[in-house]
Design a protein. Structure first.
Length: 367
């Protein structure tokens, strides 16, 4: 059967219903809630829609139902592996359901985030997943007035808009330094790039831990607003060595920088960890595969995305979670790159790195 068209050239729902042998009401129900139909009717309507090339009018449906079946996801990057893991969790949780995921990329700009939130909310989404807690005052007002559930991810804060799932970047930064201190290191440097709010809170955790140990020295710090990369990690580390040649260890705010530090150490024939200890952040896959294996703060990114989508969908359908704020914590994954002086006397040639992949559980308190 060929496509039937109206004068405007558009396929109508009534035509889909006729081809499927169901009423227009039944066909409409399929596009609103397919689970409400029998398997046989679902198959016929879906087949007819595909044959005719019918695409439901989401805008019209939103006007009728006061919302679409779209979940908006606002993240700062589509290329950063950290957010790729989060998105994988979101898609896995929503796959096979009635809700579609629509992405928006702020590129780390709070003004762009404000613009995208305004666009999303005008389209009447079923719910929103928003990264972080540092929205502009206007964005905050829009979110608080939104007539849909909202989940803020990647962080914890004392004043959630609605629901929240994440961990404390401040406490995670403190934990990284605490680990290096227990290994016997004292001259611990800090490398930071981009310096978005989450990175700044890791920096604050570093400063607090170093000051508490009476070891803080501004010469041990090198930061830049430039976007992160492994190449940049090597450059920043070279700058740090110029400022503080007696440095013993370095905490990097992400794993790209940590990998760059390792490469620069290899270029300069600086032994890791004997001469230089390295700790990264996020614990991407390559950290355990590096030689030597690199210590990093593990963040539960996939679980964060999956749980955020699950919380949101349940709230959309009237089943709000018992806990509106979920702390997923973090863990310092202790590997060869941060074995300190306290291990030096027990090392034997060929045995360096036996103590790899040890998890030091350090759950962060809810802010």
């Amino acid at each position: 059967m060929g496509r039937k068209r109206t004068k405007s050239g558009k396929i109508r729902l009534a035509e889909v219903a006729e081809l499927a042998g169901v009423s227009p009401i039944t066909a409409s129900r399929f596009f609103r809630n397919p689970e409400a139909l029998s398997v046989g009717k679902r198959t016929r309507v879906e087949s007819a829609a595909r044959e005719l090339g019918y695409v439901p009018n989401l805008a019209a449906r939103a006007l009728a139902s006061q919302r679409t079946e779209v979940i908006g996801v606002v993240i700062p990057s589509l290329t950063n592996n950290v957010f790729s893991d989060v998105l994988r969790g979101i898609y896995d949780a929503s796959e096979g359901g009635r809700y579609s995921i629509q992405l928006a990329n702020t590129r780390y700009s709070i003004l762009q985030e404000e613009k995208l939130l305004r666009l999303f909310l005008a389209q009447k989404p079923a719910g929103l997943i928003v990264t972080g807690i540092d929205q502009t005052a206007e964005s905050r007002s829009m979110l608080e007035a939104a007539e849909c559930p909202i989940v803020q991810i990647m962080e914890l804060g004392s004043n959630p808009v609605d629901m929240m799932i994440g961990f404390s970047h401040y406490e995670a930064g403190r934990a990284a330094i605490a680990h290096l201190l227990t290994q016997g290191f004292r001259r611990i440097g800090f490398l930071g790039a981009r310096m978005d709010p989450r990175v700044q809170r890791r920096f604050e955790g570093y400063q607090a831990a170093m000051k508490e140990a009476d070891l803080f020295d501004p010469r041990l710090i090198v930061t830049t607003p430039v976007a992160t990369s492994a190449t940049l990690g090597g450059t920043l580390f070279a700058d740090l060595l110029t400022q503080a040649p007696d440095i013993e260890a370095v905490f990097c705010v992400n794993d790209d920088l940590a990998l760059g530090v390792l490469f620069e150490c290899q270029r300069r024939h600086i032994a890791v960890p004997e001469r230089m200890a390295i700790v990264g952040f996020n614990d991407l896959e390559f950290m355990a595969c590096a030689v030597p294996a690199l210590t990093s703060v593990r963040t539960n990114r996939y679980e964060m995305g999956r749980n955020a989508a699950t919380m949101l969908i349940e709230a959309i359908e009237g089943r709000r979670p018992n806990e509106a704020v979920v702390d997923l914590g973090f863990a310092v994954m202790e590997r060869q790159s941060s074995l300190g002086p306290r291990h030096a006397r027990t090392r034997r040639p060929g045995k360096i790195g036996r103590r790899t992949n040890k998890m030091v559980a350090l759950p962060s308190p809810t802010n």
